[in-house]
Design a protein around this ligand. Structure first.
Ligand code: HEM
Ligand SMILES: *[C@@H]1O[C@H](CO)[C@@H](O)[C@H](O)[C@H]1NC(C)=O
Ligand SMILES: *[C@@H]1O[C@H](CO)[C@@H](O)[C@H](O)[C@H]1NC(C)=O
Ligand SMILES: *[C@@H]1O[C@H](CO)[C@@H](O)[C@H](O)[C@H]1NC(C)=O
Ligand SMILES: *[C@@H]1O[C@H](CO)[C@@H](O)[C@H](O)[C@H]1NC(C)=O
Length: 600
């Protein structure tokens, strides 16, 4: 107390002595010059003395005090490079053109281009993290941190985003209430369904496992990528509990003659359930939070059945193999199947591209590409896609509220996998972008994401626009032509350069007929594709039949589809897709399912 009073008196004296302190010059002499984020084009700001800085522009393609002057080659590239919106338009229109390209070598040429252009935006090896805004061995080596594409805003800056905006940011509760909370459900115009939404959540929570007990900006998922840790657990001890230790298989239980994950009584691992749920009723799954939603339980069950099915196939091929080799090889097949489905169906659906995407690691074998991946904090923030969630869940003629659906252990076994897959595939999900579409039950997750981003001092939306080679917005009206949203944001943030990362992604105007806006695609795709193709399985030493137990296993990976994942592991084949059925599909449901079975 006394010292702070003394401090104030001291400050006052100083101010009286030096009236110049009120002027701009003297005030800026105390500001960390890197707070101005002066270095453009990914130049590195290094502070010298109190008030000097230098931008390291090495290999940015630019030079000058702030790395703003283009070298000749950068100037040429600026001139000929088409805008992301233009490229997107071409990729999502002209069906006739793509029908032709799809059948020529151009498909591979373009696929390679998509992969390299996107992945090149992600530094590999990774760079900063939430503690280190400069390169350091600790940041490289300590896998418990999420990495970061942009370093945190220095913590001695005039405003939370450096020098832009007001001294204080808008109240997160108010921001979410006003701009993110759903008024009336707005369906995704791309027709994404709940099968898609739960896939998104199930798939990404193998590598988004924020570990706040260690501190903010840490993760529990140390593999930093697609390791199927959500099926096998994120550590060896858990994996050993989940395994049957026979023929490579996982433990399971039979309910009404159907295979489900084992109970926690049979496979003693920690699962997150509300207090009072007995271990006999809890299901033991690799990811500890998957008891939360029957949608996650469906996928956990499908992958468990698939794992054990693949074990049988491998055992028939290799009767001499022991449990360990069957398990390890099956795990690789499961990871390969996952990547195949994610690229060719999940990303294909999400992108809306008419170019038929292809999962083929050999496309990159003659390019410069680093195998390896580190999950970024920004990627985890970006993937908070809670607007996907509907207002209630329609299953087999019943309507379930959130209270009936969340943590309800009996939904999965009561309806069974077929009925749930069918229901989730027919119910449309919410549009992610455009604002005001998060169901009130989950708005507090958005509040949490915003609070976390502030504590971790994530840079502004416009700084990320620049990092991903996009033009920064110059006004809220350019950012979103909806007057209500633009005005509200202007009032809350003051200036566009102070708009935060996550609200920016969620509130940017959406592309026509699309699930979200330009930035979510241009920022999400690089993280996503780098993570998928950076998997060791995709590297030249690994990507060969023997890794997967021979041709039979390799074929399983290369022929994997969502439909096969479901229908090879159920008795009847329900309607299954990442989008709601077309008129025709929903009326001829019966005939359709026969067609599906034939296709298998
Ligand atoms: C009713 C459905 C859902 C509920 C109740 C729910 C709830 C939650 C909760 C409680 C958290 C933790 C928040 C925190 O610790 O601050 C979370 C995190 C998250 N959720 Fe959801 N969520 C749902 C659906 C989804 C969906 C469909 C996605 C789509 C991708 C998603 C993506 C995420 C992500 C990326 C995180 C951060 C995870 C991490 O960093 O560990 N969620 N959610
Ligand atoms: C570099 O950036 C600083 C801080 O934003 C600015 O004051 C200065 O004028 C810039 N220099 C040039 C050459 O643009
Ligand atoms: C695209 O071409 C591949 C073979 O190149 C073919 O298998 C596939 O059916 C084609 N898809 C479309 C939509 O034309
Ligand atoms: C990583 O850093 C955290 C925080 O400093 C520390 O607690 C943890 O032990 C480190 N992990 C390793 C493997 O060194
Ligand atoms: C849980 O789901 C079952 C089956 O749908 C339903 O009958 C039951 O009412 C639900 N339980 C709760 C507590 O809502």
């Amino acid at each position: 107390m006394r010292s702070s009073v003394l401090g104030s008196v001291w400050t006052l004296l100083l101010l009286l002595q030096e009236p110049a302190c009120f002027g701009d010059e003297a005030a800026s002499s105390t500001v960390n010059p890197c707070c101005y984020l002066p270095c453009q084009h990914s130049g590195v700001c290094v502070r010298y003395g109190e008030d000097k800085y230098e931008c390291d522009c090495t290999r940015t393609g630019y030079y000058g005090e702030n790395c703003t002057v283009p070298e000749l080659w950068s100037r040429v590239r600026q001139l000929i490079k088409p805008s992301p919106d233009m490229v997107h338009y071409i990729l999502t229109h002209f069906q006739w053109l793509w029908d032709i390209i799809n059948h020529t070598f151009l498909r591979d040429v373009l696929m390679r281009l998509v992969l390299t252009v996107r992945a090149n935006i992600i530094p590999s090896p990774p760079t900063f993290n939430s503690k280190y805004s400069y390169l350091s061995w600790e940041s490289y080596y300590n896998l418990s941190y999420y990495t970061r594409l942009l370093p945190p805003v220095p913590d001695d800056c005039p405003t939370p985003l450096g020098v832009k905006g007001k001294a204080g940011l808008p109240d997160p509760e108010l921001l979410v209430e006003k701009l993110l909370k759903r008024r009336t459900f707005r369906p995704d115009p791309q027709g994404s369904n709940l099968m898609f939404a739960f896939f998104a959540q199930h798939f990404t929570h193998q590598f988004f496992k924020t570990y706040n007990r260690m501190g903010l900006g840490f993760t529990k998922a140390l593999a930093h990528g697609v390791d199927a840790g959500h099926i096998y657990g994120d550590n060896l001890e858990r994996q050993l509990q989940l395994r049957l230790h026979k023929d490579g298989k996982l433990k399971y239980q039979l309910i009404d003659g159907e295979v489900y994950p084992p109970s926690v009584a049979e496979a003693p691992v920690k699962m997150s359930y509300p207090p009072g749920v007995p271990p006999e009723v809890q299901m033991a799954i690799g990811q500890e939070v998957y008891g939360l939603l029957p949608g996650l339980g469906v996928y956990a069950t499908l992958w468990l059945r698939e794992h054990n099915r693949v074990c049988d196939i491998l055992k028939a091929e290799h009767p001499t193999w022991d449990d360990e080799q069957l398990f390890q090889t099956t795990r690789f097949i499961i990871i390969g199947e996952t990547i195949k489905i994610v690229i060719e169906e999940y990303v294909q659906h999400l992108s809306g591209y008419k170019l038929q995407l292809r999962f083929d690691p050999t496309l990159l074998f003659n390019s410069q590409f680093q195998y390896g991946n580190r999950i970024a904090l920004e990627f985890s923030q970006l993937y908070h896609w809670h607007p996907l969630m509907p207002d209630s869940f329609f299953i087999n003629g019943d309507e379930l509220s959130y209270t009936q659906f969340l943590f309800n252990t009996s939904v999965l076994t009561h309806y069974g996998v077929e009925k749930l897959v069918d229901a989730f595939s027919r119910q449309v999900a919410g549009q992610i972008g455009g604002g005001q579409n998060i169901n009130a039950v989950v708005t507090r997750v958005a509040v949490g994401a915003i609070k976390e981003s502030r504590q971790l001092r994530i840079q502004s939306f416009n700084e990320y626009r620049k990092r991903f080679h996009l033009k920064p917005y110059t006004s809220f009206r350019e950012f979103n032509d909806n007057e209500e949203i633009a005005n509200a944001l202007e009032e809350l943030y003051g200036e566009i350069d102070a708009l935060e990362f996550y609200p920016g992604l969620m509130l940017e105007k959406t592309r026509e007929g699309a699930i979200f806006g330009e930035s979510m695609v241009e920022m999400g795709a690089p993280f996503s594709l780098k993570g998928l193709l950076g998997n060791p399985l995709c590297s030249p030493e690994y990507w060969k039949p023997s890794t997967f137990g021979g041709k039979v296993g390799f074929d399983l990976v290369n022929s994997a589809t969502l439909k096969r994942l479901v229908c090879l592991n159920t008795r009847t084949c329900p309607y299954v897709a990442f989008r709601t059925p077309t008129e025709e599909q929903s009326h001829t449901g019966k005939r359709d399912s026969n067609v599906l079975t034939d296709e298998l």
